[in-house]
Each structure stands twice: as C-alpha cells, then as structure tokens.
Design a protein around this ligand. Structure first.
Ligand code: GAP
Length: 491
C-alpha cells in the first residue's frame, strides 16, 4: 500500500485533503490523473450497467434530503457503530474492531519495557492480553456507546432542531423516494432498475487504509425492482435476479483488470445481515491489509419502499396488469464504492519488472480505464518540424482519446514516465517522419507506436493513426492482431 500511496502523490493521482494544513487523514483529493481514472471508472460502469441494458435508467438525486427520509430508512436510529474512548490519550476506537489492532504494552515481566504486540495475541513475556488502550497502552477504555455515523447539518439560516438534516450516508435513498416519479415518467414495467453515482458521507470512527475508508466518498448504486410474486427458473424472481447481479458485478471487475484470484464472494451469515436484508453477498478484493469489501449486493426486500410509504403517506407500488393487483417491489441492490474500485484497479495494475538491467514500474490498466490513452513524444525537441508535427498529432488525436504531448526528457525516460501512469500507447515522431529540408530529404510521414505491456514498436503512416487507434481503443482489437499488419520498429 505504501508504494501505491507514494506513487499516487508523486504522479498526481491522489493527494491528502488540505495537506498544507496538515491534512485531515479522512478525506482525499484526486489530482490530474486521478480525476481521469475516476471518471473513466464511472463512465464505463454507467455505460455497461445503464446505457447497454434495456432494463435500466439513471437518476441524480440531491445530497441534502428531507430529514424524514433518514427516519424512515432507519439511519437515524440504527446507522451506528459501537465506540470506545481512551480516558488517557482520548483516542477513539470502534469497539468491534479493537481486537483486530496491534496494541501497545508496557510489560511488567521486563521492567515495564514497551512493546508493540500483534493483534489478538498475548504478550510472550507475561502472557497478558490487552485490556487498556491499544494506542497509548496506559489508559482505561470507556464502556461502548453507540455513535451515529451521519453528518448532521442545518437546512436554512436558523440553527434549530426543526431545520436539522443530514449529508446522505448512501445514495440509495434518493432512488427509493423517487421510485414513483421514475415509474410515472418512464412507464416502466417490472423488473427494472435505477442507477445513481454520487457522493456519500459517513463520520467513520476509524477511517484509514488510504482511500479504502474515508469520510467523504462516492458510490455507484443500483436499485433493481422485481415483482416478488414472479417466478423465474422455478424460483422466486428476486432470488434469481440477485444471483444474476452478483455474477454480473464480479464479471465487471475482472473484465476491467482485477485478477480472478484476487476477487471472491462472501455470503453474510444470519448475525451479519442488515435488518432489511433477505440475503447479502459481498464482493471481496485481496487488499494489502487482507480480504476486504469492494462492494455489496443485497436483497433489500420491500423494506425501503414500505417504510417511505408509511412515513410519507404516499403509495409506492406498481400495478400488475396481469394479476390486477398493486405490488410493492422487492429490491436487489448492487452497491459499489468508486474510491475502493479505484484503489483495487490501481493495486492490481501495479507491477515492477526488470528491463535490460533497469527497474520498470508499470500500471497495466485496462485501456478503457487508463487516464491518458496516448502520449505523443518527439525524439528531438531541437527540431522545430518534429515538435510541430507532435503538437499537431496531439490536437488531432485528443479529439477522440485523451492525448498528452511531452518533450521534457530523453525518450527512454519519457517512456518510463508513461509506463508508470499506465498510458497504453506512445507515438514517437522522429527525423525520419519529417525528413531534413537542409539535406533535401523528405519525411516518410510515418511514426512509431509503442505498446506499454509488450514494449513492441510498429511503424505506422500518420494518415492511418486514427484508424489504428480506433481498432485498438474503441473496437478492443488485440495489439498482436493490429501489430501484425505493420513493420516492426526497433526500440
Ligand atoms: N446502500 C448500501 C450501502 O451503502 P454499504 O456496504 O454501506 O452499503 C456500499 O456501502 C459500498 O460503498 C461499500 O462496499 C464500499 O465500496 C463503499 N463504502 C462504504 N463506506 C465507505 C467509506 N467510508 N469509504 C469508502 N467507501 C465506502
């Protein structure tokens, strides 16, 4: 993780929020490359799960909602974590995670020497187990108290109880309260789903592991509404749709780069299930701190729509023409975090390898996710014709694919820089491309394309560049197939 955190800062993927003031440690800013990667993840998710399906539509609900939304959803009463405080150093911990932390111990069997003990284990010298604060090793801990994770704020100019509301802790509720609006506007029949991408806020007691758990993050959520009276494949329709969404989500993450062996499913046991859930399956990723939740796919039943109907007094049903009855749909909810997805894609893409005795760092991003698709690099920046041709190419290519021009170092170093940020293709303009007017030589009008993963190079006429990148970046034609049609260039 440390290597990724340092690369993210150095190359402009992720910065600590308010860093010049010492940072917050719980919020993060996305730099020039991070914002492109993040947008690409969201764009591809939206395209695959909304545009390319005929049973999905989109929504963008507001972050601030009526306070009753959070009473109806159960967040005011139940969205809590048990918290304990150290009476000495005032550190705050989640009571249910405290035994998973390494702990500080002043061992009486070694004249009070200070040790850092492994989580959960006893001291090998005195056999004691942790009872005091794991951080300072001295303070008593308070009894656990329930701490609500929602950020409270006030709507309007008066700070009084009547104007209290919350920053949304999930985007889901914006979809539930708009169920009838979407139904009336689109005349949809069940089953259909509504997708939303947006910010969510949780006052986490222990944020950490870089962007894995922060207080401001973004979610990509789908609420898929199913008629609970329908049957599919001889089973209740909601159960079949739940299985389909689990498979689709797992396939999506591996399609865009996560190794299959780094992703697995976790079935929630009875004691883990949220109060609204009939079944929940988490997609786990093998993060450096261990297998952890990348996303969850829950069967929320009719809980939310019934709650909002009860609290608002508005009917939230769908009329089944065939059975001539009003039904409250069941909801299958695939819910993913943009930040966790980005972290997983970064971790899985990162590779260090040795090339001709040198270390090469490469981010093997799927081309659709790569922040920059093409880098145009001039071989000699002293030659004005080469530089002009490079700028011209960048302008032309960037209309379709984000293209960068860089002439601030020698070509070897420029390639390494692009490898390190995951740019799939570099285009090099050289003397042969433009010729040498002083010697009466005309150029061949060809450039070199270098592919990131194989480092192979081919020589391609400038006139064919857009066609070649259309095949590689839009049609997804494999490099080997495209490269076979052109002469190799030496690196
Ligand atoms: N609507 C259901 C819901 O919000 P969740 O499991 O609490 O379920 C869904 O959150 C996803 O949102 C998680 O799997 C994770 O990817 C992301 N997420 C949740 N809390 C987060 C946090 N504090 N920081 C970053 N991502 C978070």
């Amino acid at each position: 993780m440390d290597v990724i955190v340092s690369l993210c800062k150095r190359r402009g993927f992720v910065f600590q929020s308010s860093e010049i003031y010492g940072g917050t440690g719980s919020c993060w800013d996305y730099g020039p490359l991070g914002v492109e990667l993040r947008n690409n993840i969201k764009r591809v998710w939206w395209r695959d799960f909304v545009h390319q399906r005929d049973d999905m539509v989109g929504l963008d609900a507001s972050i601030l909602m009526h306070a009753n939304v959070w009473k109806a959803s159960g967040h005011v009463d139940h969205f809590t974590d048990p918290m304990v405080d150290c009476r000495e150093c005032k550190h705050r911990f989640r009571a249910d995670q405290i035994d998973e932390m390494d702990w500080t111990h002043y061992c009486p069997a070694t004249k009070g020497n200070k040790f850092t003990m492994k989580a959960g284990g006893p001291c090998p010298h005195c056999g004691a187990r942790r009872t005091l604060c794991p951080s300072c090793g001295k303070g008593e801990l308070t009894a656990p108290r329930q701490f609500n994770l929602m950020f409270k704020t006030f709507m309007g100019p008066v700070e009084e109880d009547a104007s209290v509301t919350y920053l949304r802790p999930e985007t889901a509720q914006g979809i539930f309260v708009n169920f009838d609006n979407v139904l009336q506007a689109t005349r949809r029949k069940l089953p259909f789903g509504v997708a939303q991408i947006g910010k969510a806020f949780r006052n986490e007691i222990t944020p950490g592991n870089f962007i894995f758990r922060s207080r401001e993050f973004e979610q990509m959520e789908i609420e898929f509404f199913v008629n609970p009276h329908d049957r599919l494949e001889d089973r209740p329709a909601d159960e079949v749709w739940h299985d389909r969404w689990i498979a689709d989500c797992q396939a999506w993450f591996t399609r865009y780069g996560l190794a299959a062996e780094h992703v697995k499913l976790h079935e929630h046991g009875r004691d883990e299930l949220a109060h609204y859930s009939k079944r929940t399956v988490d997609l786990l990723y093998k993060f450096p701190m261990g297998w952890s939740e990348l996303m969850g796919i829950a069967n929320r039943t009719d809980f939310d729509l019934k709650q909002h109907a009860k609290f608002s007094g508005k009917s939230l049903t769908w009329f089944d023409e065939e059975r001539k009855e009003h039904v409250v749909p069941f909801v299958i909810e695939p819910s993913a975090g943009v930040d966790r997805a980005l972290l997983a894609f970064l971790l899985d893409a990162y590779q260090e390898e040795e090339v001709r005795g040198d270390k090469r760092v490469v981010l093997r991003f799927h081309p659709e996710l790569a922040p920059i698709k093409i880098a145009v690099l001039p071989l000699l920046k002293k030659r004005s014709e080469i530089v002009a041709a490079g700028h011209d190419l960048r302008h032309r290519l960037t209309r379709r694919w984000l293209t960068l021009y860089d002439d601030t170092a020698a070509i070897g170093r420029l390639y390494r820089r692009q490898d390190e940020v995951g740019t799939p293709y570099c285009v090099t303009v050289d003397v042969k491309t433009v010729g040498d007017p002083e010697k009466g030589e005309t150029g061949d009008g060809k450039v070199t394309i270098r592919e990131r993963d194989t480092m192979q190079q081919i020589r391609v006429p400038i006139a064919e560049l857009e066609h070649v990148f259309g095949r590689l970046l839009d049609a997804g034609t494999p490099w080997s197939e495209v490269a076979a049609g052109y002469p190799r260039a030496e690196g």
